[in-house]
Design a binder for this molecule. Structure first.
Ligand SMILES: Cc1cc2nc3c(=O)[nH]c(=O)nc-3n(C[C@H](O)[C@H](O)[C@H](O)COP(=O)(O)OP(=O)(O)OC[C@H]3O[C@@H](n4cnc5c(N)ncnc54)[C@H](O)[C@@H]3O)c2cc1C
Length: 323
């Protein structure tokens, strides 16, 4: 890729405003986010002979998946880190460049988009956002919630792994309404589902099962990992034992780049798109968890294919010349 502009490092030592180093206009598309959505789009676009770069700062929530059993093509399951590795390999095999950098700024220009990362800038006629969501996790009395996610004792998505929770003793923690709604969903898998509210609960909660068999306890006091499970202490001081905890704390979309660029987002911060995954601004596309609350790898793949195909058609045709 051609490189223009001043040498950033040469000027860094002086107290002068440093113009960002500019990378070439030859790119067809800049992809922000290297999770399942962004990497799949990169593979498709490269296989359409489009020039793409992917920016990723390494926070794919897929990295926490201990083993996914609903990812198509992996009958015996696949860990999130292994899936990401394969997707990165696939995109790189077809020539996608992956920059391990956070994009700080996305700005419309006369001819397309300007993206800034690490004091440098890149230009392309089209940008595809695949920036995912931010998981809100409960505070644990001991240990790290991310470690608990990685070993499958703390979970966040019943559609992902509710099947593996079949007939387990399950606690759902989160704001009352959201936790109850999640608990009802989980009652498909277990007759032993209990809500422990982090907000909005009642210390006098009846503890009688509702029509779906879900019990609501008084609000949460502490959540403690034990050997093979959890101790959940409620505000009355009683401790209850569970096999698994599901977090229903919310996972707002990382839609800030789109919002700051002027694209429409919904009340939850999710980026709004049309059926070709284009946002309300021409030339800006969005895919994966950042646009939907059906947070699934297969959905991310599907979005990526739709967007890559639409982007290819939106770009000027590039007929292949005889060698
Ligand atoms: C514990 C857990 C278990 C799960 N299990 C399953 C399962 O079994 N099956 C299933 O289908 N789904 C599962 N999921 C959901 C699945 O992980 C997501 O649906 C999927 O990762 C979404 O892909 P994505 O590419 O949209 O977002 P992500 O995978 O989250 O990737 C977004 C990427 O964008 C990057 N990024 C964001 N902003 C910037 C920026 N400004 N600059 C550069 N990079 C940026 C982030 O670093 C991240 O790498 C699970 C999720 C969790 C948390």
């Amino acid at each position: 890729m051609a490189r223009h502009g001043v040498q950033h490092s040469a000027l860094r030592g002086r107290l002068l405003p440093v113009p960002p180093v500019t990378f070439s206009m030859e790119l067809d598309c800049i992809i922000v986010g290297g999770g399942p959505a962004g990497l799949t789009a990169a593979t498709y676009l490269r296989r359409l002979h489009r020039h793409v770069v992917v920016f990723d700062d390494g926070r794919s929530r897929a990295r926490w998946i201990p083993e996914s059993h609903n990812c198509p093509g992996f009958p015996l399951g696949v860990s999130g880190t292994e899936l990401l590795r394969r997707l990165r390999d696939q995109a790189s095999t077809y020539g996608a460049t992956i920059h391990h950098m956070r994009v700080d700024l996305l700005e419309r220009t006369r001819t397309g988009w300007r993206v800034e990362a690490d004091g440098q800038e890149w230009h392309a006629p089209i940008v595809l956002l695949a920036t995912g969501v931010v998981d809100h996790l409960p505070t644990l009395a001991t240990g790290d919630p991310e470690a608990a996610l990685r070993n499958g004792l703390l979970r966040s998505c019943a559609l992902c792994d509710g099947y593996e929770a079949t007939d387990q003793r399950i606690a759902v923690v989160g704001p009352l309404d959201r936790a109850v709604s999640n608990a009802h969903y989980l009652s498909t898998f277990s007759a032993d589902v209990t809500v422990v509210p982090t907000e909005g609960g009642n210390p006098e909660a009846s503890r009688q099962p509702d029509a779906n068999g879900v019990v609501v306890l008084p609000p949460l006091q502490t959540l403690t990992r034990t050997e093979g499970g959890w101790d959940v202490t409620d505000l009355t001081g009683r401790t209850h034992r569970f096999d698994l905890v599901y977090a229903a704390m919310g996972a707002p979309a990382r839609g800030d780049l789109a919002r700051d660029a002027g694209a429409e987002i919904d009340a939850q911060g999710a980026v709004m798109t049309d059926e070709r995954m284009e946002t309300s601004i021409a030339g800006l596309y969005a895919i994966g968890d950042v646009v939907t609350d059906l947070n699934q790898i297969a959905v991310a793949f599907g979005h990526a294919v739709i967007a890559a195909s639409a982007i290819h058609q939106a770009l000027p045709a590039k007929p292949r010349r005889r060698a």
